[in-house]
Design a protein around this ligand. Structure first.
Ligand code: KIV
Length: 272
């Protein structure tokens, strides 16, 4: 079996929200994050279905220890960078910390900034009644929303770290209720982060919208990873769920050392 999809070499079809929605229980949905035009240009040449401008840009781009420092203007800026080079995958942007659950005015103006920057949908962490209310308002105003439950990095200070969620008594039922509340609010799909695979599997079987897992096993309708992590751009970051599909940190380091060597030795630039 070839891992180069015919779509990535032939005529590509634009992926839209209903396409993602209709993949429930079908061909797995492939998703990665992206924060700039250089990587967006490469993603555009692949068969990836969905690209997320995640607030993980706080960790990956800004070097922060959590995502809580990320502003809506930060996400809008990186959305504009990605949108400049991305055509076919669905482009989703994260609503950062503090923008989703308080008032419709804040939620709508934040989502509006992201849509104006080029996002085609937004992702919102959490499933409290307040958040579900804002999601249903956004959806009614024409903004597609991807939900996010399980580990919520924006609530890291509340939960006290990046730990596996959903292991306690009743946690599976609670996650299923949250997923149903998000579906009822109008989400077209849900990201589930860092929960045991049997919990994620039950969750996927319990709702009729796609469940996209990260650190949630193989029973989901799709997978999402942080692009920089799966490429091995920081090899010291290797949580159990992560697979390094490349060793970019090593490749880049060797290229830079070769450049330094060749420059110092007069090999580069060559004379002619
Ligand atoms: O911010 C992000 O990159 C995310 C994904 C890891 C799901 O939320």
């Amino acid at each position: 079996m070839s891992y180069v999809s015919s779509d990535s070499v032939g005529v590509k079809k634009k992926v839209r929200v209903p396409d993602i929605r209709s993949r429930k229980g079908g061909k797995k949905i492939t998703c990665l994050t992206c924060y700039d035009a250089s990587f967006a240009r490469i993603l555009e040449q692949t068969s990836i279905d969905l690209v997320l401008v995640g607030d993980s840009l706080g960790n990956v781009i800004q070097g922060a220890s959590s995502t809580t420092c990320v502003t809506v203007d930060d996400v809008a800026y990186h959305t504009r960078c990605v949108a400049a080079a991305l055509r076919h995958p669905l482009l989703v942007s994260d609503m950062p910390f503090g923008t989703a659950g308080f008032s419709f005015e804040v939620a709508f103006s934040s989502a509006q900034k992201l849509i104006r920057a080029g996002a085609e949908a937004v992702k919102i962490e959490g499933a409290t009644p307040e958040i579900c209310t804002q999601i249903s308002h956004l959806v009614r105003h024409g903004i597609p929303v991807l939900g996010h439950i399980g580990l919520l990095p924006q609530s890291v200070h509340m939960v006290g770290g990046y730990r596996v969620q959903g292991r306690g008594v009743g946690d599976c039922d609670r996650l299923i209720s949250e997923a149903r509340a998000l579906r009822d609010a109008g989400c077209f799909g849900i990201v589930v982060e860092l929960v045991p695979s049997d919990v994620a599997k039950s969750l996927s079987h319990s709702i009729d919208i796609p469940v996209i897992g990260i650190g949630a096993g193989c029973g989901c309708d799709g997978q999402i990873l942080v692009l920089n992590d799966m490429l091995g751009m920081n090899l010291s970051f290797s949580p159990k769920y992560l697979k390094h599909f490349s060793l970019v940190e090593k490749i880049v380091r060797e290229a830079i050392e070769r450049y330094c060597y060749e420059t110092c030795e007069g090999v580069f630039p060559s004379e002619d």
